[in-house]
Write a protein that binds this ligand. Structure first.
Ligand code: SER
Length: 314
């Protein structure tokens, strides 16, 4: 991994991935692309290139111009926004990934890393300790595109020996860049409201459990998977997990530090999406094959989130 291109580089995960990869590989070796305007993390002057992942020619041009050997494909429409516009989610998520895989194949890119999600699972998967191999019958368009994406990446590996790697992320909680259009976004919103001293109306029921991970762990997971010795990888897609949390758990943890915080629960259409997903994930294959291990638990995350958000919102 010497020269990487990141799609979705201004998104929740992409914006922090750029920073970490630039530290590891050097600024000039990380080509940040997005359809959005650069955030504070991905400045235009810092090797940012406008790219719509549906524009295959422009993607190919950048890959050739910068002699890219690894693509981190982070651009996607998430679950809640995907249910508002399933056709758009299909186009961006499926055609976007297909363009990345095809450009990688044609231009000799060695590796494509693209996250999947807990949204790949549907209501018929086991709710607790959901294994890697289990029915994948999602009920959201986002989930449909993630399952198809996993299969497509596996296909390019088998057919073209393209080194594709994927991990099923749980909900990601972050302080730097807000998520957008996801069902698990409430967790970040809760912290932001708490730090601003505002009450929060949560669109997911207090007792609905979902798998979560703090951003520093999420970044480490994808970088460690991308860097893992290929001999050690026994599969192309890995479950990764850190903590099983309900909105009530997060509220209680925040209240240890900000006791005045108030939450009201008013579930909307996203409740049904949350209920279709697992509560906790079995990630023993990731732990065995490439040494995955999360470092943050709920209270460690809450302390760090509050500290960082306080600095931002002062
Ligand atoms: N965080 C995502 C979502 O809520 C799940 O991958 O859509």
């Amino acid at each position: 991994m010497k020269r990487v291109l990141i799609t979705g580089a201004c998104g929740q995960i992409g914006s922090e991935l750029v920073v970490h990869l630039r530290e590891a590989l050097g600024k000039e070796n990380v080509i940040a692309t997005d359809i959005k305007k650069p955030s504070q993390f991905v400045k235009e002057s810092d090797g940012f290139h406008y790219l719509d992942v549906l524009n295959r020619d422009e993607l190919a041009r950048l890959v050739v111009e910068f002699d890219v050997d690894t693509i981190f494909h982070m651009a996607a429409i998430l679950s809640a926004r995907g249910e508002q516009n399933p056709q758009l989610a299909y186009r961006v998520n499926m055609q976007g990934l297909m363009n990345v895989l095809e450009v990688a194949r044609e231009k000799g890119v060695a590796r494509v890393v693209c996250p999947s999600s807990i949204a790949a699972f549907g209501p018929d998967a086991p709710k607790e300790n959901t294994p890697d191999d289990t029915p994948l019958n999602p009920t959201t368009m986002y989930g449909v595109t993630k399952v198809a994406g996993e299969k497509l990446m596996q296909y390019y590996f088998l057919k073209y020996a393209l080194d594709t790697r994927s991990l099923r992320y749980p909900g990601i909680i972050s302080s730097e860049t807000a998520p957008g259009g996801g069902t698990t976004d409430y967790a970040v919103d809760m912290y932001v409201h708490a730090v601003k001293g505002e009450p929060y109306v949560c669109y997911i029921d207090r007792d609905t459990p979902l798998p979560f991970m703090y951003m520093p762990d999420a970044i480490r997971a994808i970088i460690e998977l991308a860097a893992a010795d290929s001999q050690r990888l026994k599969r192309r897609v890995y479950n990764v997990h850190a903590m099983r949390l309900t909105p009530g758990d997060i509220e209680m943890s925040i209240k240890k530090y900000l006791p005045e915080f108030q939450v009201e629960y008013r579930p909307d259409y996203r409740q049904e999406i949350a209920e279709s997903w697992p509560h906790s994930i079995d990630d023993h294959n990731a732990r065995t094959d490439w040494g995955w291990h999360p470092r943050y638990d709920l209270d460690a995350m809450t302390r760090d989130m509050i500290e960082r958000l306080k600095q931002k919102h002062q």
